[in-house]
Design a protein around this ligand. Structure first.
Ligand SMILES: C[S@@+](CC[C@H](N)C(=O)[O-])C[C@H]1O[C@@H](n2cnc3c(N)ncnc32)[C@H](O)[C@@H]1O
Length: 218
């Protein structure tokens, strides 16, 4: 019997570059990012960004904290794509408070210490469902009391028609969509977060298949 490996094209330089070229034009993402920033605790100092890409979300969070008068932060940015790692290192070159860690999130996270916020945007849906749930449990264990987990995510539509409509709005079809996507409905993911022990679990923002999942450890 042969088993097929789940598809994940993100280590391809072409795939990563293609995303970076259109990242700014993804419909409504700015709204989701703004909603996420609201959940970052005022006292947060240490952050983890999972599937950081070129560090876009981390950069927004750092800028927001500076705006709030909290410039003294430290961050860990995790990814496994050579193109993304090069881009995030370039973005934060000369910033000793940002540590870039090469890691395939299919595997358990390495020891990274504790965090006040674990953030992620459009990355965890590239992991198989079983691994998504285990990663959520690992994240719970990494959060300091008073911390938060914010996952701005690509989730499954309730019906194939709604999925096709979403794809059309972002310029794709079922034939051209990223085969690395392993979309999962929002209810299942919110349920997992509650089972793991997160509180104040909610879908805090949503536009079609883009959603912000939030939970706190305490
Ligand atoms: C759609 S991009 C999002 C990047 C960034 N967070 C953003 O919002 O622009 C998905 C990111 O997840 C990363 N990724 C996908 N699968 C991964 C895995 N198994 N381990 C680590 N990173 C992964 C990709 O390399 C890529 O940087």
């Amino acid at each position: 019997m042969t088993t097929t490996e789940p598809v994940n094209l993100w280590t391809s330089n072409e795939h990563a570059r293609d995303y970076l070229e259109r990242a700014d034009s993804i419909s409504h993402r700015g709204e989701g990012e703004a909603a996420l920033l609201e959940f970052i605790p005022a006292t947060a100092r240490r952050f983890l960004d999972l599937g950081t890409g070129d560090g876009r979300l981390l950069s927004l969070v750092r800028r927001e904290l500076v705006r709030r008068g909290q410039p003294d932060t430290e961050a860990v940015a995790v990814d496994f794509s050579p193109t993304m790692l090069e881009a995030v290192r370039k973005r934060f070159a000369g910033e000793p408070s940002v540590h870039v860690v090469t890691h395939n999130m299919d595997e358990p996270l390495p020891a990274l210490g504790k965090f006040d916020a674990v953030i992620s945007s459009f990355a965890i849906h590239h992991l198989v469902h079983e691994r998504k749930r285990r990663l959520y449990a690992e994240i719970y264990g990494l959060l300091n009391p008073g911390g938060v987990f914010c996952n701005l995510e690509h989730v499954a539509s309730p019906t194939p028609r709604l999925h096709r409509e979403f794809l059309k709005r972002i310029g794709f079809t079922v034939e051209t969509e990223d085969p690395s996507n392993k979309l999962l409905d929002i209810e299942t993911q919110l349920g997992w977060l509650r089972e793991i022990g997160f509180v104040d679990v909610d879908c805090a923002w949503k536009w079609r298949e883009l959603a912000l999942l939030v939970g706190r450890p305490t």
